[in-house]
Design a protein around this ligand. Structure first.
Ligand code: SF4
Length: 430
């Protein structure tokens, strides 16, 4: 086992990261999904070898913490025995491998897209320059599925269109990424991704996609490879001809009917983590309900596919009893947290405890639209999109910021900050 000690490095199953509470392993199935039986096996492994907690990250990665060098070997064996195919080299986020509304048993995942991801991984593993990339370098394959990937940062993003072409974009979130051009065919897009990463690596170990210059971008595709720009403003469309703009945030907490009388059940992990006992309970109930797959999804969500309506509703009830977030107006969805203390070495705040306390005190205020970010330190790993209020652990204590100043929500945030300060003062005076 090689463990990653670098701050900002990306852990994997075979390269766990040293954290405040032992090693952290990230399990990223190549196909972006696992069977209920595989999830159950991972839950048991988290209990036996880890700290008994399971996490799903903002980018949709399943994580197990609290491992030791010795117990990590046990986890690796479980993953191998359960036949979970995990990716290596560069993290490739491709939850949109499944196409909109096609969760039927025969066509749950578009057949050629997992193969594309595997081909890309195989190719990257033969390239020496991979070792010269920044640790968090990532690729997003956006094939027009239900998951909105536009707000996630990627060094290289490839977007599939209804015209069966791939658009290549470099750096940042989708709206800010620079377009390289469009190509047709898997071989062409793999080559373009490899060339882009090679150029990034040539800029040095700290370089990212957004560091590439216009001159660099022009080197990625040969003139005869570049397809003409699309007419009509260049909207991206999904595999089924679904305009990508219409599926933004299309994943909803709860039961969503899809094609072929199939349903997708989506729940959230409270503050991104759940006790492995709850995960095992959900996996066992899913097996009874005939579910096909679990899909760890961006935004700390967990999808369950292949359910009929009655089974999906039954599983939702079970998930609620097990403590998962099952309702869109659950205040826990308004508070995003990182792992915090004691899990992270850099943390100055127990973020999940602080978030739970916040919700207990301000359930009414947080059931509205106020979004809060609780961060263990000023690195702000878990922050995604706009927030109204930020609570950050610092060496001097806790820093609270109203980012919605001036708006209606600003008054609510000021009220929350005022009450917290009063509570702290009262505690100090006792
Ligand atoms: S933001 Fe949270 S998880 Fe990230 S380094 Fe700081 S304490 Fe650790």
């Amino acid at each position: 086992m090689t463990s990653s000690k670098l701050r900002g490095d990306c852990p994997s199953l075979h390269r766990p990261m040293v954290t405040g509470d032992g090693l952290l392993a990230r399990i990223s199935p190549v196909a972006g999904r696992m069977t209920p039986q595989q999830l159950e096996a991972l839950g048991q492994a988290a209990q036996t070898f880890g700290n008994g907690q399971m996490e799903i990250s903002t980018r949709g990665n399943l994580q197990i913490r609290g491992l030791s060098t010795h117990s990590h070997d046990g986890l690796v064996k479980v993953v191998e025995t359960a036949d979970i195919d995990v990716s290596a080299s560069v993290p490739i986020l491709a939850p949109a491998l499944f196409a909109p509304g096609s969760f039927s048993s025969d066509d749950e995942v578009r057949p050629h897209l997992p193969a594309l991801k595997e081909k890309l991984l195989e190719r990257l593993e033969t390239e020496d320059f991979i070792n010269g990339l920044a640790p968090k370098t990532s690729i997003i394959i956006d094939a027009g599925g239900l998951v909105d990937l536009s707000g996630l940062i990627a060094d290289v993003r490839i977007i599939y269109g209804a015209d069966q072409c791939w658009e290549i974009k470099v750096g940042g979130i989708e709206a800010k990424a620079q377009s390289v051009g469009r190509v047709k065919g898997d071989e062409a897009v793999i080559e373009a991704v490899v060339q882009t990463l090679k150029l990034i690596a040539a800029l040095g170990k700290k370089a990212r996609g957004h560091d590439l210059s216009q001159a660099d971008l022009r080197k990625i595709l040969a003139d005869d490879q570049i397809l003409e720009e699309k007419q009509g403003g260049g909207e991206h469309v999904g595999n089924e001809g679904t305009d990508v703009s219409t599926r933004r945030s299309a994943i909803k907490i709860g039961v969503q009917p899809l094609q072929d009388e199939q349903n997708l059940l989506t729940v959230a992990l409270p503050f991104g983590a759940v006790d492995a006992t709850a995960m095992i309970g959900l996996a066992q109930a899913a097996i009874k309900g005939g579910a096909l797959h679990f899909l760890p999804l961006p935004g700390k969500l967990l999808g369950v596919s292949g359910l009929d309506e009655a089974a999906a509703k039954g599983l939702l009830k079970r998930a609620r009893a097990l403590g998962f977030v099952c309702d869109v107006d659950d205040p826990r969805l308004r508070v995003m947290t990182c792992a915090g203390a004691p899990a992270c070495q850099s943390a100055r705040l127990n973020t999940r405890l602080a978030a739970a306390d916040l919700i207990k005190t301000f359930a009414d205020e947080l059931s509205g639209e106020v979004r809060v970010h609780v961060s263990g330190c000023d690195k702000r790993c878990a922050r995604l999109g706009f927030v109204d209020m930020e609570i950050v652990g610092t060496s001097e204590g806790v820093e609270m910021t109203n980012l919605a100043t001036g708006s209606k929500k600003g008054a609510v945030v000021d009220f929350i900050i005022h009450i917290i300060i009063e509570k702290v003062r009262a505690a100090q005076e006792q």
